[in-house]
Structure formats: structure tokens, C-alpha cells
Design a binder for this molecule. Structure first.
Ligand SMILES: Cc1cc2nc3c(=O)[nH]c(=O)nc-3n(C[C@H](O)[C@H](O)[C@H](O)COP(=O)(O)O)c2cc1C
Length: 185
């Protein structure tokens, strides 16, 4: 059981990364193999929309996007974690999503059977951002994921450490880890 978290916040000591860690730690304690990719720590450039994408063996954008997509495809469950930036997902998360166009053109899907969505905002824009994440989960990159296998944690946290001192939010993130493991069994 392999659970991968993709984190769209560049703040390593930030709230999104912390909550992803909590979910992964819980899943790991319950026996899952876990991994986390913080997108900003890798070379990841936007999709260039090559018209011959379909004919290419690998993405023409030669950066870390290809292996990140490979891992994404292999995971039994994925956690997609993003801060709210101007009422929507972060640019890092958007670049990752757009790079999924390569999968679309090659009729490839990730094998995930369950998804965790983590969205953290200072205060506003959570709903729009969760909707954006859900739209991606409904996209061609995924096989159909029933609603009861999509686990969403949202929180209000502005500065690094805010989520950590929020016990309820921390509990919810850990619960997500448990739910993901349970839904894969
Ligand atoms: C570029 C940028 C845009 C932001 N836009 C919003 C916003 O629209 N609504 C909001 O409530 N918070 C907004 N924030 C605050 C972040 O969502 C908040 O600080 C969050 O904790 C960041 O997550 P992190 O700690 O994982 O980096 C913004 C922060 C940045 C850097």
C-alpha cells in the first residue's frame, strides 16, 4: 500500500506541509509505505502543449515532472495538499495538474483508489480551492473515485506553526491518514 502526498506549498515549515506530514505519519504507522513530494523542491515547469505530445515517448519538458507523474501514477492513494493563493490552488499545484496533460494525451491514468485533499487558507477562498482540487480528481487522470473515498481537510492557518497549534486540525489530518489506509484495505 503506497500513499503519496504532493505538496503545493513552498513553505517547508508551513501549514500545508505540516498537515500532509500528519496524514502520512498516521498512514505509515498503520503500515502504509508513504512518500511526499514538495513540488517547489524540484524542477517543475509549465506544460508547453506540444502538438505532437501524443507521439512522444516522454514529456518534452525535460525536468522532474516526468518522474513525479510516474510516482503519481503508481500510488494506491494520493494526498493533494495546497495552500490557498488568491482564492485558488497554488501555482505549484497548478503546474503539476497541467503537466497531467501528458497522461491525458497518452490515455494514462493514475491507479489511486482513494484521495486526500488538504487545503489551508489564512481565512478565505477555501471552497473555491477545494472545488478546483475536486475538479482535478474528476479529470481524465483518475479512474472514478467515489465520494466516500475522497477525504478533505480544510483549515484556517496563516503563519507557520498555526496549523501545528490547532489540535482539531491536526487530528483531522491524522484521521485522513487513517481513512486512506482503511479505504485501501
Ligand atoms: C501568494 C499568496 C496568496 C494568498 N492568498 C490567500 C487567499 O486568497 N486567501 C487566504 O485566506 N489566504 C491567502 N494566503 C495566505 C495563505 O493561504 C496562508 O498563509 C497559508 O497558511 C499558506 O500555507 P503554508 O503555510 O502551507 O504556506 C495567501 C498567501 C500567499 C503567499
Amino acid at each position: 500500500m503506497y500513499i503519496l502526498a504532493i505538496v503545493g506549498s513552498p513553505r517547508i515549515d508551513g501549514n500545508t506541509n505540516y498537515l500532509a506530514d500528519q496524514a502520512l505519519d498516521e498512514a505509515h504507522q498503520l503500515g502504509a509505505e508513504t512518500e511526499k513530494i514538495i513540488l517547489s523542491q524540484h524542477k517543475l515547469s509549465p506544460c508547453l502543449v506540444h502538438t505532437n505530445c501524443r507521439e512522444l515517448d516522454s514529456c518534452a519538458q525535460k525536468d522532474d515532472g516526468s518522474w513525479i507523474l510516474d510516482k503519481f501514477c503508481e500510488a494506491d492513494a494520493v494526498i493533494l495538499a495546497t495552500p490557498v493563493y488568491y482564492y485558488d490552488i497554488s501555482a505549484w499545484m497548478k503546474i503539476f495538474i497541467d503537466r497531467n496533460w501528458f497522461l491525458n494525451r497518452h490515455r494514462k491514468k493514475c491507479r489511486a483508489k482513494a484521495v486526500g485533499i488538504i487545503v489551508v487558507a489564512g481565512g478565505v477562498g477555501v471552497e473555491d480551492t477545494v472545488n478546483s482540487m475536486n475538479r482535478f480528481v474528476n479529470s481524465s487522470s483518475f479512474n472514478y473515485i467515489p465520494r466516500d473515498k475522497i477525504f478533505t481537510v480544510t483549515g484556517s492557518a496563516l503563519d507557520p506553526g498555526d496549523a501545528k497549534t490547532n489540535q482539531q486540525l491536526t487530528r483531522e489530518a491524522r484521521e485522513m491518514g487513517r481513512q486512506l489506509v482503511a479505504s485501501l484495505k
